[in-house]
Design a protein around this ligand. Structure first.
Ligand code: FCB
Length: 445
């Protein structure tokens, strides 16, 4: 079924693709890379759905020329990748490992030679294990280590990176990694994980200054945003919605935009030192928005450990992950951010949007993924609608270029425009790849 052409996007709008280091690079022991918390976690039995690890992943470390050629074939404007901290500083401190930096140097030059803008995320969850052994993000010192590491990367690549992202989805790293234990480092501290919020934000603020010392390109912070759907209309339900919204959508945005921590949740703020909030509110050039789905929330039952309870949203198609497909949620969150923060809000970049389906390469060699095409079409239209409603949105990055290692789900969730056979490393562009290539052309007209 042919979809109607996409509406034209503003001149200069960036269409990109995204990946992250641990999910694609592999080469876990190559070039002096140290272990990260994800190496440790994936090697513990029972943590990953299919028992897999990112040891090899998509072998992007060795196959990046082929992957950049795939990006060039798409006509994508930009490639968002992440730098693996343990490649640059194997134990999280001290001088840079030249072999680690040299990989990103080659990658960035290859991306630029293909006419594509490199966009670097400095932290996409792969903390050096040596720092976790000293407390990880629970330890204030990790914020300063992150700033040092960011300075090393910016000194090496600062002349070529077109957009920097300090942290990826700190809310997910805090909740999944430290509060609920389903991601590395696998700690289950519930609200006692609050110091990891504060220290990530402090690290972000310090890193902004560290990057700016070496690069004139814009610096952003990326978070996961999810419109909250109330599943109930009692006062208790409304309080639960406000609490969840504060935790998921505001905790890592309000302080960055100078508004301090939301008061809807009673955090122990004793880790906040004088002056920290000023560092955290260092002006930035963009907010990265990763959007996948809205969240249903109602008041918790008595004895529930959290001030809200999540409810599966019915009535929508779902992805392979079981996530509801709600394109207007992307318009909703972009417009909500615009209205909520007004002049304090810098430009918005959709740094991730995409879906997983159980895609297979058929006997004819094709990999048909019509559901992904419909998903991306709907979400691009939602971005266009948000722009019409006044949101200053500068970019849209598809998650992901490649099927890759999807954290606790291992290789069981395929998000790529390109299918990857994890036994042979053969890449097969899916039908969504050709669709996105054409969509970019249409939207640029
Ligand atoms: C986001 C992550 C990204 C990927 C997608 C599906 O939360 O930032 O690495 O796993 O989800």
């Amino acid at each position: 079924m042919a979809l109607p052409p996409l509406p034209a996007f503003p001149t200069g709008f960036t269409f990109g693709v995204a990946t992250s280091a641990y999910q694609v690079e592999g080469a876990a022991d190559t070039g002096g890379r140290g272990p990260s918390i994800w190496d440790t976690f994936t090697h513990e039995p029972g943590q990953i759905a299919d028992g897999s690890t990112g040891d090899v992943a998509c072998d992007h470390y060795h196959r990046y020329p082929e992957d950049v050629a795939l990006m060039a074939g798409l006509g994508t404007d930009a490639y968002r990748f992440s730098v693996a901290w343990p490649r640059v500083q194997p134990d999280g401190t001290g001088p840079a490992n030249p072999t680690g930096l040299a990989f990103y140097d080659r990658l960035v030059d290859t991306v630029l030679a293909a006419g594509i803008d490199p966009v670097a995320t400095l932290f996409h969850w792969d903390l050096p294990q040596a720092l976790e052994d000293r407390g990880g993000w629970m330890d204030r010192d990790t914020a300063y280590r992150f700033a040092d590491y960011s300075a090393l990367v910016a000194a090496a690549l600062g002349d070529r990176i077109k957009l920097w992202v300090t942290l990826n989805e700190p809310v997910v790293h805090m909740t999944y990694g430290y509060a609920m234990g389903v991601h590395a480092p696998g700690r289950m501290m519930l609200f006692d994980a609050f110091p990891t919020t504060h220290h990530q934000l402090l690290g972000h603020g310090l890193a902004v200054a560290a990057v700016r010392a070496h690069s004139g390109s814009p610096v952003a912070l990326t978070n996961n945003y999810s419109p909250v759907h109330a599943c109930g209309d009692t006062a208790a339900d409304r309080a639960a919605v406000a609490a969840y919204d504060a935790l998921h959508n505001r905790l890592f945005t309000d302080p960055v935009l100078g508004l301090g921590y939301p008061t809807e949740i009673d955090f122990d703020l004793s880790v906040v030192h004088d002056g920290d909030l000023d560092v955290i509110a260092t002006p930035i050039d963009g907010i990265g928005v990763n959007y996948y789905n809205p969240t249903g929330i109602r008041a918790p039952d008595e004895g529930h450990p959290l001030p809200f309870e999540m409810v599966q949203l019915d009535g929508y198609p779902t992805t392979g992950f079981g996530w509801p497909v709600v394109p207007e949620g992307l318009r909703d969150i972009l417009v909500t951010l615009t209205r909520r923060y007004g002049d304090a809000l810098p430009p918005l970049y959709v740094t991730e949007s995409g879906c997983s389906y159980p895609d297979v390469v058929g006997p004819d060699g094709d990999c048909a993924d019509p559901d992904r095409i419909a998903y991306l079409d709907g979400h691009l239209r939602a971005v266009r609608d948000a722009i019409d409603e006044g949101a200053d949105v500068r970019a849209y990055f598809v998650w992901s270029l490649l099927d890759n290692f999807e954290w606790a789900e291992g290789f069981s969730q395929r998000f790529g425009l390109v299918h990857v056979d994890f036994d042979t490393q053969v890449r097969t562009p899916k039908t969504s790849y050709a669709w996105y290539r054409d969509a970019i052309r249409q939207a640029r007209r």
